[in-house]
Each structure stands twice: as C-alpha cells, then as structure tokens.
Write a protein that binds this ligand. Structure first.
Ligand SMILES: [Zn+2]
Ligand SMILES: [Zn+2]
Length: 294
C-alpha cells in the first residue's frame, strides 16, 4: 500500500487553489480588542441575552442585543456602537441601542419610555421560560448569608487595589483567568498570577467610601494591594492578561475583563475585616509559602 500525496489538480485538470489560513489579528491601534464572539453573554439577574461593549470611559456596558427604532426611546437613552465601542449618544440614524439595565425584568425600575414596557414584558416571559426549563437559575441567597468559616478566610470576591483604584475581583486572586484568545481560538486558561510572577500584598486599609466620602472611623478592610508592582504589571492585571498574552498586543480578547469598580456601599458584603490566611499555589520548583502575600 502506497500513500498517494493529494493532487494539486482537480479531475478535470484545473488547478486547486488552496487558500492560505490567516490567523486572526487585532490592529494595534484598535480601540477594542474584544472579538464579536466574546461580546455575547447572559444577564446574571434575568438570563436574557446581552452584548458587552467597551466604551470610551468607565466599565464595559451591557447593551440589548438588537437595535430599536430611535423614536421609541428617549433621546437621553440613545446609544450607538462605532468601531466596536459603545457611545451614549445617537448616531443620527433612525435606530439606536439601549443598555440592558433599562430593560432588565429583574430590576424594579420601569423603563423610562412607556413604549419599552412591552419589550420588558417579553424579556420577563423569556426569563420565566428559562427558569421553568432549568436553563437559568436566578441568583438567590447573597454570598454573605451562606459564608462558611473557610470562605471567610479566603474571600470569594476579594478587593484588589491596582493603579490606585480599588476593584472587586470576580473570583479569588489565584483563580482569575486570562481573557485573551489562544492560537487555537479558545480562551486562555492561564491565571493572572502564575507561581513565578510578582505578587501583591494583603493589607488592612481604611474602608474608604467612593465619591469622595470620608472613611468610617476605625473601619478597616482586607485589600490585595498591587500598587508596589511595576506599572506594566499593574496594566497587565487591569487588562486581565497572563504574562504571555500581555506581551502580544495584537492578540484578541474573547471575554470582557471582569473587574468591577469597588464601592463599599454597594459591595459591603465583600468587605472582610481581617487578613486571609492563604497558601500560594506551588510553582514548578515545588516551593510553597503560607503567607498573607498571595
Ligand atoms: Zn437582566
Ligand atoms: Zn493568556
């Protein structure tokens, strides 16, 4: 039996033109590195589809996945998307986008425009359908009411300070995952904190409130402080990229960075008044240290 190499000609003699595969790249001057496939998600409160978009300032915004007739939405609520970035204004066309928060049936607030009440009812019916079919489980008990002594020692959503801003992390520090796309087009599974990378320091800091309010007298909270790290390292953490993908600026993102700006009034259940006692994961050298420097 002999292996026959594939012929470069078809049966009728015409040449087969094999297309060279192009690897996906994001322009280095692009305002957003988030791929379109990374924008779709479901609202954690109601289970309906949303789309994440970066905006020029602030956290990414969740938009309703469809355009709406502009005349049915208050002008102050108009959004549009340009070059992958969401802008809180009209683009002059007859259509506009809308933040999901204005339609979310899990919210008590009614839509500002009465014309949108019908769409909110459709989303509410869809939520009920998802719950009945078991496809969606609404968030029920706040994490603080079911916290065990173990979770008290290891915050499930720690407060992280980087670039002099405090953020609420999506999960424990050593479990935060890179958002970049690998060459196999999957989400990178590397952690932000590999064993050999410089780590932050758990510190008790005043529970400073947001919006310029004064801290509560004597109130302190455990914060994972990264401000002692080099500026480039803090940028890497803010972009939620592992060291390998931080070195590849053209690699795309398949998920939105999950940092949430920390507000002690909103996120009070995530405030811990004592330092966690943690053991850092073992690296390739097998070294491990029980410390408050995760
Ligand atoms: Zn919702
Ligand atoms: Zn990565």
């Amino acid at each position: 039996m002999r292996f026959t190499p594939p012929s470069s000609r078809r049966w009728d003699g015409s040449l087969v033109q094999a297309r060279a595969r192009r690897s996906l790249r994001v322009s280095s001057d692009s305002a957003s590195r988030l791929l379109r496939c990374g924008q779709s998600d479901r609202c954690r409160d109601c289970g309906n589809l949303i789309e994440w978009y970066h905006r020029t300032a602030g956290r990414p915004v969740r938009l309703h996945p469809h355009e709406l007739p502009a005349e049915k939405v208050l002008v102050a609520c108009h959004w549009h998307v340009s070059c992958g970035v969401a802008h809180p204004a009209s683009d002059g066309s007859g259509w506009c986008r809308l933040p999901h928060a204005m339609l979310c049936p899990a919210s008590d607030a009614l839509p500002a425009a009465p014309e949108l009440a019908g769409l909110r009812r459709v989303l509410a019916v869809n939520t009920r359908r998802l719950i009945d079919s078991g496809a969606f489980v609404p968030p029920s008990v706040p994490p603080s009411t079911k916290a065990s002594p173990m979770t008290t020692c290891r915050p499930t959503r720690p407060v992280v300070q980087l670039l002099y801003v405090r953020y609420l992390a999506p999960r424990p520090v050593d479990e935060i995952q890179c958002v970049a796309q690998t060459c196999r087009r999957h989400r990178c599974t590397s952690p932000l904190l590999p064993p050999d990378a410089p780590a932050g320091v758990w510190t008790l800091l005043p529970t400073t409130a947001a919006h310029g309010q004064l801290p509560l007298l004597g109130a302190v909270m455990a914060v994972y402080v990264l401000t002692g790290l080099p500026y480039a390292e803090q940028l890497r953490w803010r972009a939620q990229r592992c060291p390998e993908h931080a070195a590849i600026p053209t690699a795309a993102d398949v998920a939105v960075a999950e940092w949430e700006t920390f507000d002690p009034l909103v996120h009070h259940e995530h405030i811990h008044t004592r330092l966690p006692t943690l053991t850092r994961r073992q690296g390739p050298t097998g070294r491990s240290r029980k410390t408050t420097q995760l």
